[in-house]
Ligand binder design. Structure first.
Ligand code: MEV
Length: 312
């Protein structure tokens, strides 16, 4: 029986979330050991396209899903872009990326599914085509996405991203070690993205100034990373968190986690992604790893993992 499996990684934003929606730069990295998987198998039993996603309790045929369901939208976009009707298949989706936690689980599922459809139906798509199709689905998840999530996940490379500009892979010469810690609170990204938009409408001067300062920090971070100045990268991360806090997209628990990581010796720490829940990232080295890990554990955080960022 014909069968194929494809996957896509999680992502973390190092600098610039929210500001990136308004044309400022952001830096994001793939987290390759957390992945979403899509398996496609020929379906001889029925004439329908079956979708199985146990993680979210979904077992449905494609025609029964609402038109704006992200998985249906992904398949419809693939069909119309490649002019290829999707014949009876079963698509199984699973993921070990925490949902609604700022790690790009939605975009990773979309991209794994697009890659599997492209392989199964022998319709080669470039990373850019995959990213552009996934961007259309991101609009369902994020309301007005910048495009950073689909880009870093489709290309699976550290990325310097400015909305509307050519994608620039980002060289990381020195290894960056991050602890990623989950608050276990989740807020859909669309909620904080819409909130920031309303803030711009209601308090344009204050809000735009915060976003501009985030942009300036991100430019400074680009140089600090290039120079391997890890201490400065950490300081900039901590400042970025303070700006996100003043934008009101953090929350008490994230602030506590960031402060705990910093007091335990992390070079820097910040929320990552849409905010008001999800994950923090803490920049550490071998010396501070255990202390930061244990300090986060001591305040009740159980979901913590280490990831190393370096160019592939
Ligand atoms: C979400 O991962 C990052 C945000 O900046 C939204 C976006 O860029 O689309 C909050």
């Amino acid at each position: 029986m014909k069968k194929c499996e494809e996957s896509a990684p999680a992502k973390a934003i190092l600098f610039g979330e929210h500001a990136v929606v308004y044309g400022h730069p952001a830096i994001a990295v793939p987290i390759s050991h957390l992945r979403a998987y899509a398996v496609i198998q020929e379906n001889n039993q029925s004439s329908s396209v079956n979708i199985l996603a146990e993680d979210i309790g979904l077992e449905e045929t494609l025609d029964k899903l609402p038109v704006h369901h992200p998985i249906r939208k992904t398949i419809d976009l693939f069909s119309s872009y490649t002019h290829r009707a999707v014949s009876p298949i079963t698509i199984q989706i699973r993921s070990n990326i925490p949902i609604a936690s700022g790690l790009g689980s939605g975009a990773a599922i979309t991209i794994a599914t697009l890659r599997a459809l492209s392989t199964y139906f022998l319709q080669p798509l470039t990373d850019l085509e995959i990213s552009n199709l996934a961007f259309e689905v991101e609009k369902i998840h994020h309301s007005t996405p910048s495009g950073i999530d689909n880009t870093v996940i489709a290309f699976e490379k550290p990325t310097w991203f400015i909305k509307g500009e050519k994608i620039q892979p980002f060289d990381i010469h020195n290894r960056i070690e991050l602890l990623i810690a989950n608050s276990n609170l989740s807020t859909p990204t669309a909620e904080t993205v819409i909130y920031v938009r309303e803030q711009i409408e209601n308090f344009p001067i204050e809000t735009e100034s915060i976003l501009k300062n985030i942009g300036n920090l991100t430019w400074a971070a680009k140089n600090a990373i290039a120079q391997g100045n890890i201490k400065l990268v950490g300081d900039l991360m901590a400042q970025n968190h303070q700006l996100l806090k003043s934008l009101n997209v953090s929350c008490q628990k994230l602030d506590q986690m960031v402060e705990t990581a910093l007091s335990a010796g992390a070079f820097g720490a910040k929320l990552s992604g849409g905010g008001r829940g999800g994950n923090i990232i803490a920049l550490i080295n071998t010396k501070s790893l255990n202390k930061v890990f244990n300090a986060l554990k001591a305040i009740g955080i159980t979901d913590i993992f280490l990831t190393t960022i370096e160019n592939k």
